[in-house]
Design a protein around this ligand. Sequence first.
Ligand SMILES: Cc1cc2nc3c(=O)[nH]c(=O)nc-3n(C[C@H](O)[C@H](O)[C@H](O)COP(=O)(O)OP(=O)(O)OC[C@H]3O[C@@H](n4cnc5c(N)ncnc54)[C@H](O)[C@@H]3O)c2cc1C
Length: 288
Amino acid sequence: MTAAPTAPGTTAPSALAERPADVVRRVPLPLAARRLTVQRVEELSPTMRRVALGGPDLDGFEAHGPADHVKVFFPEEPGSELTMPVLTEGRWVNRDDATLVYRDYTVRTVAAGSDELLIDMVVHEHGPAGRWAAQAEPGQVLGTLGPRGSAIMPLDRDTYLLAADETGVPALLNWFDRLPEEAYVRAFVEVGEPGHEVDLPGGVRAEVTWLYRNGTPAGGTTLLQDAVGAALVQPPTGSLWAWAAGEASAVRAIRAHLAAAGMGRDSYAMTGYWRRGVANFDHHSPDA
Ligand SMILES: Cc1cc2nc3c(=O)[nH]c(=O)nc-3n(C[C@H](O)[C@H](O)[C@H](O)COP(=O)(O)OP(=O)(O)OC[C@H]3O[C@@H](n4cnc5c(N)ncnc54)[C@H](O)[C@@H]3O)c2cc1C
């Protein structure tokens, strides 16, 4: 498995298309389907579990950016038969198979030479992936497809404004892993309640504000967008890169704050990772 803890970053392809090549560079990767076995499961917080996947299919896996993602394929119900993606000449040909259950998940940074693919999953009751995460245990089998490519984002800015709900936390952790010591991070992270925070890697100068929904359902607050909007009233001096991921309407509002603050498309990348009330939200859709 090829991994690059110090490699430059990545974002979702949808965020790349309109961006100048010298700001975010896309590196295509050969598309591969993999059947992988859960090696271990780790509790990162009361609502987030790390699933380490392994097996011979992991050979040749590559991911280089903080927001590189794979499609993860789940059994329709835990314990039922897994339908895998089928590739013909590098093309995914059974996309319309009604028994396929798949969702997008971020590839966590792994040590070079690691034989594990780490996926950090939010546990919730509203969809098959969230429910699968709740019961995950070693020996279970999942499929993956991708990544289709890496998106290399800048690591040379003075300040990084990062905002995420729980679904964006894995990519946020990847950002912390990659940024150089001299970078300054201002991060806003939304979780359910105190005690649901995730340990963040050290080694980066960071001011992190945890925002708590305190009983309001995920996707039901304006905490993240309000925090970013307030931070932009007096934008940091020097060069700035902004990145955000989370519920799509919050991400849209954050994008609007950045535009209102005069930040150009060469200074941010952000993607709606899910939309409240929508199953298998397509992050390539215009409202992501
Ligand atoms: C590029 C990308 C990277 C992602 N990386 C990660 C990751 O690393 N870890 C991770 O946990 N998620 C990640 N996500 C988000 C994840 O794909 C979605 O949350 C997905 O909808 C979960 O599938 P599901 O089967 O649980 O719910 P779905 O069947 O898709 O949705 C069913 C219902 O659940 C709601 N819902 C979906 N997600 C949540 C949530 N987190 N909390 C509360 N309600 C929810 C939906 O609005 C819908 O009403 C990523 C998404 C994208 C696009």
